[in-house]
Structures are given as C-alpha cells and as structure tokens.
Write a protein that binds this ligand. Structure first.
Ligand code: ADP
Ligand code: MG
Length: 355
C-alpha cells in the first residue's frame, strides 16, 4: 500500500487510490437522510471510461461548482495530505450547501509533483472520509504532474426552481450565521506560524489545536442548507470572510446589510487562544470558516432555528437587511469600521501563505 510509486502508472494510481468501490458503496449506506440517498442513484457510468454518465432525479435542476486549492496559496505547503483531500471536497460541499442542494457526485483534477504512494493514500483517505459522510460518489477526474494543485468539481441537485440564492432577501429580513466565525482564520495563523512562536501554555495548547483542526477539516453545513431551502430568503457560504462575503449577498438582494459586531459568534477555543479584538477581526474577515450566512424573515426564523437545533448547530442573528445598498457595522451601538475586506486573490491586499 505504501510502496514507492514512482513506477506506478497513471492507470494503476487511479485504480489504487481513487476507484474505491467499497468506500463508495458505504457512502450510500452511511447516509440515512432519504433526500440525500435518493440523489445518489444515477451513476450510470463512473470512473474508467472517457467520461461519467450521470442521471439526475426527475424534476430536478443540476447544481455545479468547482473550487481549486493551490499549495502555498490555500493551505500551507506542509499541510497533512489527509487534510488537503478532506478540505478539497469540503469547500465544494459548502458551495452546494449554500445553494440548498443535495450533493451527489464529484470529479477530481489532481496535479502533483510526483506520485508518492503514502501521500496519495492519506490524501485519498481524507477525500473519501468526507465523501462518505455526505454520500458523494467520485465519478471521474484527471491526474497530471506539476505543482500541487487540487481541483474538485461537485455536482448535485435541487428540486426544479428551488435553489437557494444570494438574491431574494427582503427588507426587514434577519441576517443569520451558523456555528462560530474566526476559528479557521486563527487555525491558519497558528498552522503557518513557526512552532516556537505559538504560545501553547495551559489551556491555550488545546485551543490552538482545536482551531488548526477547524482549518484543516472544515464542516460544510450541507444539512442546514437543505433545511434552509424554502425557509431562508437568501443564502451563501462564508468562505472569504464576512466582510468580503456579506456585501455580495446584500448586492444580489438589492439591499443594505447592517451587522452588530458584538453579536458575532466566537468559539470558546478562539476566546481562549487570543484577545477579544483579534478574535473579532478574524471573525469579521479571516475567511475559511465555511459557515452559512442566511437571510430569513422573522416569521420563518424559528423554523430555521428548529432545524439547526436538530442538527446540533447554533444559529446567531447578527444583524438585518433594510432598503438601500452597501454594508454597515456597529459595535455596542457605535459605528464600527471593519478593517479588512475579505480575501480577494487579485486584490491589492491579498496576502500569500508562504509557509
Ligand atoms: P482520458 O484520457 O480519456 O481523459 P484518463 O485516462 O485521464 O481518461 O482517465 C481514465 C479514467 O480515470 C476516467 O474515467 C477519469 O475520469 C478517471 N480519473 C483520472 N484521474 C482521476 C482522479 N484523480 N480521480 C478520479 N478519477 C480519475
Ligand atoms: Mg478520453
């Protein structure tokens, strides 16, 4: 299994690490949720031919997204292979969650400098781990040599016309986020820092590890997205930080968004690891949390909250939408200037992960 694979051909590599019939069959059995399981049917032809043939459930729309992770750009170069595989699918699942879609199939374009058997084993274990959790079948891909770059395309479905969008919110709707914000930004910070630079004394050590885990193994809110369909008026996932993403939802809905910064949900780990001002900054703009940002009328909000409670997820009302445009922030009633504006790869302020 961990034999050197420099002489492993592309065909054998794919068969050994990515054509995992057992794991894929388990994926179908593990998923209990009927709506999810029903959508798994329809792989007419998977890995092995020139292309996959997939059949959508009757009366549904195909929902497609692709996200690429570049080593040194989206994760520190020394990140564990297992995390890279897991994250590559997780970030895509988050996009489907944001659409209220049922994920079904994925393809993987993998570019790597060499075929290292142990690396491939761990990478594919991470990928199939989260694929199995969400009942996703890997149906194809492409394997090439080059600087480490992982591109996953995800395909899923929604009942016709029912996708959750960024536009569609109304003035007066509440702005809601799932889970906690800022953890992954903190995790990336600690994972990128030199070991000696991170204070791990006392309870901080455990907190730092928990934050790094949130960066390495994000939890896409797929079930919440499904529950939000038809209940939330608009939604998106927070991948680039609230300050980067919220203006997109506000613009798509043609509304003004206001956020009460003191309400941002901060985890115990984040509070234990850094001071309040730093925690708030990461919660506002660090990105990589993959929580959902939803808009809901006050009439519908209780339904959303009930669904979240069933999923053991917290929801927090962080502000509201009103007529107008743009985004404003306040902290304990006073105007607040959010420092950064989210991650933009081609923006002037974009920083490169260099570790
Ligand atoms: P082609 O040259 O026709 O594109 P390939 O020889 O590249 O086909 O791929 C053979 C089969 O293996 C295809 O079904 C393809 O989708 C699949 N495949 C290739 N690379 C991967 C990968 N990294 N993960 C999953 N499936 C892959
Ligand atoms: Mg071909």
């Amino acid at each position: 299994m961990n034999a050197p694979t420099s002489d492993l051909g592309e065909f054998d590599l794919i068969r050994r690490y990515f054509q995992r019939h057992e794991a894929q069959r388990d994926a179908l059995n593990v998923v209990q949720h009927d709506a999810l399981r029903d959508a798994q049917h329809g792989v007419m032809l998977g890995i092995g031919d020139d292309a996959a043939v997939l059949r959508l459930p009757e009366g549904s729309d195909l929902v497609a997204a692709v996200d690429t992770l570049v080593a040194g750009r989206h994760f520190p170069v020394r990140t564990a292979a297992r995390s890279i595989g897991y994250r590559a699918l997780a970030v895509n699942l988050s996009d489907l969650a944001a659409m209220g879609a049922t994920p079904a199939w994925a393809t993987l374009a993998l570019t790597m400098p060499s075929a290292d058997g142990q690396w491939l084993q761990e990478f594919s274990n991470g990928l199939f781990d989260i694929a199995q959790q969400h009942g996703v079948i890997l149906v194809g891909g492409d394997t090439t040599r080059g600087p480490l770059t992982v591109s996953v395309q995800i395909l899923g479905s929604v009942p016709r016309g029912a996708a959750l969008r960024r536009g569609g919110a109304s003035a007066g709707d509440l702005l809601v986020v799932s889970g906690t914000l800022g953890d992954s930004g903190a995790g990336l910070h600690f994972a990128s820092a030199a070991a000696g630079d991170v204070d791990r004394s006392g309870a901080r050590g455990g907190a730092v590890d928990a934050l790094i885990r949130r960066f390495d193994y994000p939890s896409p809110r797929v079930q919440l997205g499904l529950a939000a369909r038809g209940v939330a008026s608009a939604g998106m996932d927070i991948s680039d930080g609230l300050t980067g993403d919220l203006p997109k939802l506000a613009a798509a809905s043609g509304l003004h968004a206001h956020v009460n910064v003191e309400r941002l949900p901060l985890s115990t780990a984040l509070r234990a690891a850094v001071d309040a001002a730093q925690a708030r900054e990461w919660a506002l703009s660090a990105g990589d949390d993959y929580e959902l940002l939803l808009a809901a009328s006050s009439v519908n909000y209780p339904k959303l909250e009930a669904a979240a409670r069933q999923l053991n997820l917290t929801l927090t009302i962080i502000g509201e939408l009103s007529s107008g445009s743009g985004v404003s922030w306040s902290f304990d009633g006073a105007d607040y200037t959010a420092a950064a504006s989210g991650f933009d790869h081609f923006g002037q302020a974009s920083t490169q992960i260099t570790v």
